[in-house]
Design a protein. Structure first.
Length: 313
């Protein structure tokens, strides 16, 4: 049965591609697609079959009607039903990696594409900066420029972030990697949306901890940042390869940052639980609401979310 199912999906995917390419006005039936999506065990198939089929489906289903795709992935696929986190939790879990860990990711499969948000200037790269770790690339833009998803995936986070990112979107891709887009002036997506590479996530801006309009763009795996230069050629801003390999070294902060970090007093964070307020957290750590508000750059001390990390020292 498994072999027949795999063959069926491959043929179905090819048929969809042919229809969408050769019959521009083909009127697909969402009712006929949805039962197939919800009854097929994508998680039991090779990744190439999963991704190729999803890519074909997403290209013919309007963006606002892809709920069956994202719901299926969030329910059945291990990339999406683990470490997803509650709404409002920017980084659900940061893993610790061992020296023997090696991870290989297929960046593009079949007809999938890659989109790079480039508006003429590369302002800053990944690495230590001004005594702290800069965990992404800063790309210059004008307020209102359209920012698009780099790969196919499901939006995990789309809201204003009090930790400095401002209006921020995180997309988890079908290989388990995530890309983060920060400082937007406006969001054009919501948590749970399935987006294709090149589809709009929002508009460029300078919200949050930003000195001027730009896109702060991060790559992460299990919430740990790494340098996008491992995957992208900065002379052409094209992918170096369709495959990316990461080791513990790639997922570890560089030594110069580790030295600076250990030389300073350690920061202490608290994860907000149900029923907690900034006042109760301040009492617990023997500090004041005003200090916590300033330390975390909070706009409204009364708007805490369960799972939100608050710096207390």
């Amino acid at each position: 049965m498994g072999r027949n199912k795999t063959l069926f999906i491959a043929l179905f995917s090819a048929a969809l591609n042919t229809l969408s390419a050769n019959i521009p006005n083909w009127n697909y039936s969402l009712d006929s697609i949805t039962p197939w999506v919800t009854s097929t065990d994508l998680a039991s198939l090779p990744e190439s079959k999963i991704r190729g089929t999803i890519d074909s489906l997403a290209r013919i289903i309007p963006r606002d009607e892809r709920v069956s795709l994202s719901t299926y992935l969030l329910t059945h696929h291990p990339v999406y039903n683990t470490n997803w986190g509650p709404e409002g939790n920017l980084f659900p879990e940061v893993c610790e990696f061992t020296s023997t860990d090696t991870f290989q990711f297929t960046l593009l499969e079949g007809s999938e594409s890659f989109y790079f948000n480039y508006f003429g200037s590369f302002n800053w790269g990944y690495g230590p900066r001004w005594g702290r770790m800069h965990r992404g690339w800063d790309l210059g833009l004008n307020v209102g420029d359209t920012l698009k998803s780099s790969f196919n995936g499901v939006v995990r986070y789309a809201e204003y972030n009090e930790g400095g990112y401002g209006n921020c979107v995180v997309v988890r891709h079908l290989n388990g990697l995530e890309t983060l887009y920060a400082h937007m002036s406006e969001l054009n997506c919501k948590r749970g949306d399935f987006v294709l590479a090149g589809e709009s996530l929002g508009l460029g801006g300078s919200t949050g901890r930003s000195t001027g309009p730009h896109l702060h763009w991060e790559w992460r795996f299990h919430c740990q940042s790494f340098d996008a230069m491992l995957a992208i050629d900065t002379s052409s801003f094209a992918l170096r390869s369709d495959v990316l390999t990461l080791t513990k070294k790639d997922l570890t902060d560089p030594p110069e940052y580790q030295i600076k970090k250990t030389a300073k007093s350690k920061s202490v964070y608290h994860t907000v639980k149900s029923g907690e307020t900034l006042s109760s957290i301040a009492r617990k750590y023997k500090t004041s609401v005003s200090k916590l508000t300033k330390l975390n750059r909070l706009r409204d001390a009364n708007k805490l979310k369960i799972g939100q990390r608050i710096r207390v020292k």
